[in-house]
Design a protein around this ligand. Structure first.
Ligand code: LLP
Length: 410
């Protein structure tokens, strides 16, 4: 399906029928797309021993995690809770890469006990890790390579002012701690940002890791993170994954020769795996004309999809109820008491109150960043799998909002 197409149906299941059956707002995911994205990555990196550690923060539903596993993927988690969800989905601890940021040693100990690979991104905790485990637990180190990359400042994390990773300029300090505690460094890691287009950026990162890697004797893998850019709107240039795979794999194989042993190449894609698989179906509550703008007020907002407001992200929107209608210009806005503009000055087939609209690219960082702001309920999730729409998360109910409130006798 091209970006400019109204996604009327997935695997023959009409999105309008999903909206009617499960209500709106509803997140819908296409199993075939998730599986095919993983297959594409596997093909692009087929020359090297590859592990795809899907970045679960993008979309954490257990059924999605199971699909990734079925396609041959493993997982990356950033909190002990994400690690536990992965275990619930059937992964073993050893399948999980744990890449936290700013967490306590207490949380790290919990994750060591669950058997995941720990990826540390600061020297004080590396020191604590050494004191606690010495060389009995292998560990990975997240390097900040000081590369400015990514679609916008908020998702650019490998530059010198970023909180993530241990600066490549602090390599000597890392080595001091490693030697002091005889740490078993199993891997080195980097992740420079999200929405990265250019193969050269990935290669630049890889070269930083190669250089650092020569200082460690017993590495098992190098992890190049995620960040592949997918298309959000017509005309978007996307990461040429075959080209990146080819170039990075060749450089990697050459490095392995120099290093003197075979290593695994790990990747942590989030958006690449799930962004395009997901759709958020909403309903037009009101169509409101002002002297300047025609607004479509939908039964959703920044509480369900915060990307447009947080990153100025562009998400294509189509009218499912009147796909052939005359194109008109609208601002699509949410029902939250904030300026939660989902799209501005957007051409959409004429919308009447009650029509269903579909918002594309809603698979990654959609429901996983959703909240209950304005005491609104989070949507249901539906997976289209083997040609059938299946509920995979119930819509929240009013009682869920009260669930953890402790009512005093006031
Ligand atoms: N690995 C690490 C260590 C990460 O921090 C991330 C994303 C990934 C992998 C996956 O990156 P991806 O392939 O999905 O670009 N909420 C933002 C994106 C934040 C990404 C955070 N880290 C958005 O919606 O654009």
């Amino acid at each position: 399906m091209s970006l400019s197409q109204n996604p009327i149906s997935i695997q023959g299941v009409s999105l309008e029928s999903v909206a009617n059956e499960f209500g709106t707002p509803v997140y819908v995911y296409d199993e075939e797309k998730i599986t095919s994205q993983i297959k594409t990555l596997q093909a692009a990196f087929s020359k090297v021993p590859l592990k795809i550690k899907y970045a679960t923060k993008a979309l954490t539903n257990i059924n999605i995690l199971k699909l990734v596993k079925k396609a041959g993927g493993e997982v990356d988690a950033v909190s002990v809770e994400e690690v536990r969800i992965c275990l619930e989905a059937g992964y073993e601890g050893k399948d999980v890469m744990y890449t936290p940021n700013g967490v306590s040693m207490d949380e790290i100990k919990q994750v060591v006990a669950l058997g995941a690979m720990i990826n540390l991104d600061n020297i004080p905790v590396l020191e604590q890790f050494g004191q606690e485990y010495g060389n009995s637990v292998p560990v990975c180190i997240r390097i900040n390579p000081h590369i400015m990359a990514g679609g916008n400042a908020k998702i650019s994390v490998g530059h010198i002012a970023s909180k993530f990773g241990i600066s490549i300029h602090q390599l000597d300090e890392i080595l001091e701690v490693v030697n002091k505690y005889d740490l078993q460094i199993a891997g080195l890691h980097l992740h420079t940002g999200s929405d990265i287009l250019d193969a050269e950026v990935f290669l630049k990162g890889a070269n930083v890791l190669f250089e650092a890697a020569m200082q460690f004797k017993d590495l098992k893998f190098l992890d190049f993170g995620g960040g592949f850019k997918v298309g959000y709107k017509e005309g978007d240039v996307v990461t040429d994954i075959m080209n990146v795979g080819d170039k990075v794999s060749d450089a990697f194989l050459e490095f392995c020769k120099k290093y003197g042993r075979d290593l695994e190449l790990w990747l942590e894609p989030g958006k690449f795996v799930v962004s395009e698989s997901g759709y958020l179906i909403v309903q037009a509550n009101v169509v409101k004309k002002t002297p300047q703008i025609t607004f479509i007020g939908v039964n959703s907002g920044l509480n369900h999809l915060i990307r447009p407001m947080m990153y100025d992200a562009y998400h294509s929107i189509y009218n499912l109820s009147n796909p052939e209608g005359e194109l008109k210009k609208y601002n699509v806005v949410g029902y939250i008491c904030e300026t939660d503009t989902i799209a501005s000055d957007r051409e959409i087939a004429e919308v009447k109150m009650g029509d269903f609209l579909v918002i594309k690219n809603a698979g990654a960082y959609g429901i996983s960043m959703a909240s209950n702001y304005n005491s609104r309920l989070r949507p249901a999730e539906v997976l289209v799998w083997e040609g059938k729409a299946k509920l995979i998360r119930k819509r929240e109910e009013f009682q869920d909002l009260l669930h953890n409130q402790v009512i005093l006798d006031i």
